[in-house]
Design a protein around this ligand. Structure first.
Ligand code: PEP
Ligand code: MN
Length: 344
């Protein structure tokens, strides 16, 4: 059971509710977000059957949620969550996830030189993409592979944002870096390898920055939603779920992009859902097709890797599309979006 408090509920009212619940023999989890405070009730709800909590001062509503994830569930909130990234510069448009427009997030796998980043930002913006991606801290399978530019990468991303007005998302891998990355980035990415790093999830739950949460490489959708719940339970309500392909027995592709995940996540959760056909396929020649399929299946955002010379990209070149392929993908995605009553 979840108790949603009124915006203006006082600290005394919250404490009174929590003390009553404890006195009835149940436990609580209080999550104080910027927009609302919610009290999760843990234990045998039958003990509260006659208590009329919705009449307590400060209570807005009491919601009974059967799923193990509560705040992330459609039962808790019927309407779609909209996540808005403020405009990067005066006069630029904000980026909204979960609305009628499909957001296209694009960029190289890893942050490259300022010159290459500038070129990528220019051609992707010209083609209609509204948000930049690139990793400064890279989760690599091999400790000997390029690990990213680190803080210098964040500086380059900020410079390109100031020049182009494109907000950026970048991955954080270490709890010690969360506040620093949240200071500069417009959105924080939690990578597939960290989807069940619960300390990291709690840490990003404590900052007020939208989070792009990737599905784990072998994670079920319920596990993904439980990971989102970790973030939401700390008070950060701004989570975009991202299908990025899962490991299956199929070897023809790097991962298997699970298109079912898109409608299933929309059914189970009110959070916006993104698809990453670059990691989902592993091959540049499959990316556009699977991006189209993802928009058709209801993705609120598409994240793709692009580079002017994919063969020279510092990581993930094989799944990276070039400028011409990117422009073609954008016009095809626009057509698919319009066919289903959306836009890009
Ligand atoms: C990435 O987006 O570059 C990345 C590392 O993604 P994932 O965590 O899905 O592998
Ligand atoms: Mn990558």
């Amino acid at each position: 059971m979840i108790i949603v408090l009124k915006k203006e509920a006082s600290e005394e009212q919250v404490n009174h509710i929590v003390q009553c619940i404890h006195a009835w023999g149940l436990r609580t989890n209080v999550s104080r977000g910027i927009e609302r405070t919610v009290v999760g009730v843990i234990g045998d709800e039958a003990l509260m059957a006659t208590k009329q909590l919705d009449a307590f001062p400060g209570v807005e509503s009491v919601v009974s949620v059967q799923k193990p994830y509560k705040l992330a569930s459609r039962e808790f909130q019927k309407s779609n969550t909209l996540i808005t990234l403020p405009a990067a510069r005066a006069g630029d448009q904000p980026v909204v996830f979960g609305g009628p427009k499909v957001v296209v997030v694009a960029g190289p796998c890893s942050v490259e030189t300022p010159e290459i980043m500038r070129e990528i930002a220019r051609y992707m913006k010209a083609a209609g993409a509204t948000m930049l991606r690139a990793g400064a801290f890279k989760p690599r399978t091999s400790p000997y592979a390029f690990q990213g530019l680190g803080v210098e990468g964040l500086r380059i991303l900020s410079e390109i944002r100031a020049e182009t007005g494109l907000p950026f998302v970048t991955e954080v891998m270490d709890t010690r870096d969360v506040e620093m990355v949240a200071e500069v980035a417009d959105m924080i990415q939690i990578g597939a390898r960290n989807t069940q790093n619960f300390s990291l999830l709690k840490a990003v739950g404590r900052v007020h920055k939208p989070v792009l949460l990737k599905r784990g490489i072998s994670g079920t959708l319920e596990e993904l939603l439980m990971s989102a719940e970790y973030i939401l339970s700390q008070g950060n309500q701004q989570v975009v779920l991202c299908e990025r392909g899962i490991r299956t027995y199929e070897k023809a592709t790097r991962n298997t992009l699970d298109l079912n995940a898109l409608p299933v996540l929309h059914k189970l959760s009110h959070l916006p859902v993104a698809a990453d056909p670059s990691h989902g396929t592993g091959y540049a020649d499959l990316v556009t097709t699977m991006a189209r399929a993802s928009v058709a299946a209801g993705a609120d955002a598409i994240m793709v890797e692009t580079h002017p010379e994919p063969a020279k990209a510092t990581s993930d070149g094989a799944q990276t599309i070039n400028a011409a392929e990117f422009a073609r993908m954008m016009s095809e995605l626009r057509a698919v979006a319009r066919a289903i009553g959306r836009d890009i």
